[in-house]
Design a protein around this ligand. Structure first.
Ligand code: THU
Length: 141
């Protein structure tokens, strides 16, 4: 699976976006370590806070299919400007690893590639909770 192929999948699922309120379509394609690709679009809701972003749709689909290790995610939103994952999606993605490759694409020929840790530096991750738990165990609490 090349970067361009992953972007193509994100562009395709972007067409499925359910966006009656913003009309802002986003598509994401998440490549698992297994080689499987999980696609996701944004799904809006009349109670706007219930909206789910494309990236989280893809992550939740993957996890619910049993995959939790990922190589890369491609994100496509506005074709005229780069659409970066929102803060909530960055936090959800970092749950599964800060080395994730994040491909932010306008098109298959116009994209930027990052590591998640560049987009979410100094992140709060599961390891932070591991340390706290270890300390608690050592203190016998
Ligand atoms: N949106 C995403 O799907 N992903 C992002 O990273 C940015 C925002 C969606 C949420 C909402 O449906 C629309 O874009 C406008 O905020």
């Amino acid at each position: 699976m090349t970067e361009k192929q992953l972007i193509q999948k994100a562009l395709e699922v972007r067409e499925k976006a359910y966006v009656p309120y913003s009309a802002f379509k986003v598509g994401a394609a998440l490549l698992g370590v297994s080689g499987a690709v999980y696609t996701g679009c944004n799904v809006e809701c009349a109670s706007l806070g219930g909206t789910n972003c494309a990236e989280r749709t893809a992550v939740f689909k993957a996890v619910s299919e049993g995959e939790t290790s990922f190589q890369a995610i491609a994100v496509t939103g506005d074709p005229d400007q780069y659409t970066y994952p929102c803060g909530i999606c960055r936090q959800v993605m970092v749950e599964f690893g800060k080395a994730l490759k994040v491909i932010v694409a306008k098109s298959v020929n116009d994209y930027r590639v990052y590591r998640l840790e560049e987009l979410l530096p100094h992140s709060f991750t599961p390891e932070d909770l591991d340390k706290a738990k270890q300390q608690e165990d050592e203190n016998g609490i």
